[in-house]
Design a protein around this ligand. Structure first.
Ligand SMILES: *C/C=C(C)/C=C/C=C(C)/C=C/C1=C(C)CCCC1(C)C
Length: 243
């Protein structure tokens, strides 16, 4: 990136605005994380390389979408569609991470497909809720449907067959599965909060706007934790299993 490009990248954006600022920081952080994951690839053997590659793909896909969301946000446009296209690509890849880590322990493509389908239901219903008419009950209902799919995913990885496979594998694999599960239980719970903030208008949960945060800021924080953090857990597991 040349200096002139970089200046036009910042443009006239008011970086004291938390939405602009977190989109800007998010673009940089996702780009840096992708470089880190991709450049670390040669140090791992083939068993872990695909997992690290997927970590890099998740942050790279996010970096590209953040580039465009930052542009949309700073020029007063909407980010919803770009956000959901990003998620529809990256969340299934996170499901792939669970599968890859447990593959040697016996995870099958059937487990993977179930996770991916549930994640698609979670995201598509969430999208319908975000574009639904505020003031009607629709955002709450779509959000509920999305939440059910979310709990189903959490259940599958925490108590379902995947948890049993992880326990039987032990060692670095079990530890990584446990930490990634925490990301889904705690880190992913940030998103419904952002959704409620963004769709609160006329809903039973309109009290939530007492929290003075923009939906995009909450989503941006969630993405940084979940995409970069998740990738680093996989990276740490790969490093641990080298010893
Ligand atoms: C990298 C992006 C990630 C990990 C995105 C995750 C998104 C969610 C877990 C979204 C969940 C939602 C609900 C559980 C209910 C309300 C609607 C959503 C889509 C925000």
């Amino acid at each position: 990136m040349t200096l002139t490009n970089f200046i036009s990248f910042i443009g006239n954006a008011d970086l004291s605005d938390p939405v602009n600022f977190t989109f800007f920081l998010g673009t940089m952080a996702m780009t840096a994380a992708s470089a880190f994951f991709f450049l670390s690839l040669p140090q791992f053997d083939s068993k872990w390389r695909t997992s690290i590659l997927v970590s890099g793909l998740i942050t790279f896909i996010a970096a590209v979408h953040y580039y465009y969301m930052r542009e949309a946000a700073t020029s007063g446009g909407v980010t919803t569609e770009i956000r959901y296209i990003d998620w529809i690509l990256t969340v299934p890849l996170m499901c792939v991470e669970f599968y890859l880590i447990l593959k040697a322990a016996g995870a099958t493509t059937k487990h993977l497909k179930t996770l991916i389908w549930a994640s698609l239901v979670m995201l598509v219903t969430g999208y319908f809720g975000e574009v639904a008419d505020g003031g009607t009950a629709m955002p709450a209902l779509w959000g509920l449907a999305s939440g059910v799919a979310y709990f189903y995913i959490a259940y599958l990885i925490k108590y379902g067959e995947l948890a049993k496979l992880a326990a039987s594998a032990g060692g670095a694999v079990e530890k990584a599965h446990k930490t990634l599960t925490l990301f889904v239980l705690i880190g992913w719970a940030i998103y419904p909060l952002g959704y409620m903030l963004g769709t609160a208008d006329g809903q039973w949960y309109s009290f939530i706007t007492a929290i003075n945060l923009d939906m995009d800021v909450v989503y941006n924080i969630g993405d940084a934790i979940n995409k970069i953090g998740f990738g680093l857990v996989v990276y740490a597991a790969a490093v641990a299993s080298k010893k």
